[in-house]
Design a protein around this ligand. Sequence first.
Ligand code: NAI
Length: 401
Amino acid sequence: MPQPITFEDASLQVPDEPIIPYIEGDGIGPEVWAATRQVVDATLRATYRGRRAIHWTEALAGQRAHDETGSWLPDETLETLESHLVAIKGPLTTPVAGGIRSLNVQLRRELDLYANVRPVRWFPGLPSPLRHPELVSAVIFRENTEDVYAGLEVAADSPQARALRPLLKQACGWDLTDDTGIGLKPISRTASKRLVRAAMRYAIDRQRQRVTLVHKGNIMKHTEGAFRDWGYEVVRDEFADHAVLFDDCAGDPGARILVQDRIADAMFQDILLHPERHQVIATTNLNGDYLSDALAAQIGGIGVSPGANLNDERGRALYEAVHGTAPDIAGRDLANPTAMLFSAEMLLRRIGWTEAADHIETAVETTIATGTVTADLAPRVDIARPVGTREFTDAVLAHIA
Ligand code: NAI
């Protein structure tokens, strides 16, 4: 019987027929979601022979929600996601002129999904601009609720900015000209620490040897610099048995996890020149957004990069690809469904259905390795001929016996 997933004793309780909500998404969302649902259902049938199945339930958001209900993010959708711990979503449009805040940012904040987890790993067949792409295998933990993404900004000509400028002059001595917009970059001890804690737990669980804290603390000392200091505090106070700081061990961690930090600009150089040095990356919101696209480009592009928004304390997880709605190719059978397929694979691992997750991973990797790829990957792969979303999906399905 279909049942929701529950969270007891700090772990997920997953019935054999869990109810899992999905948001189809905008742009290429319906195409990549259709492919994903088809592959996941076929994989579950092949792996569990009727003993396990997912009952998908739709939650509306984005353009379709707006057209059908007048709301971009209906309350009912938030309630569904509140009451079902694990869900998956396609990309959602943020209308540039519409004046509404990003729905993704809203969802992450409303559900307190504080860690955006983005694994980036090369495998054979993926076109990479690097000579040794096999050295890239990193997971980014991006803080999801704070930073300049918190949406605390006011326009230069607004009454709020007019009121704030003299206050800031009085309290902080800041001279801002009358044509200055103002934004806040909140970075708190609590949010920084829980993000680094989640990254450390992940490194321990997955036996990763290196954790890098990325920040721009040389310039933004009380936000980015504080993130680094609080991160190191967590490592020292809570993970001393498992991890050691670079400075405390002269670079020789023994069997423990080596924790180091990088200033963001140097990090972009490091992931190109020495990708093997970075396995788990914990960083603030904006740095994490930039870094994940840059790392994804190193292994073949955002068409193959999955992600998850997590809150481990509450057992909550919302899976989504790194990419957006790709309006330039939407509805044309051109989208690469790999990122969404891998997001579903992450979901299956989260609920403990590891055999099915392995099955999807192998099927997608084999499809790409044998030269069946969508157009975003094709121009750079010699042996490949580009196929459409549906043909790619059929090729993946053919590898699922
Ligand atoms: P985008 O990721 O949608 O597209 C960037 C480029 O990558 C485009 O050339 C696109 O065709 C290509 N691309 C993306 N995904 C692809 C796929 N699966 N297969 C093949 N090619 C792919 O980023 P953009 O253009 O900055 O954003 C478009 C819209 O998406 C905006 O409204 C933005 O707010 C939204 N967005 C939503 C996200 C989410 O829901 N999590 C994340 C990023 C953007």
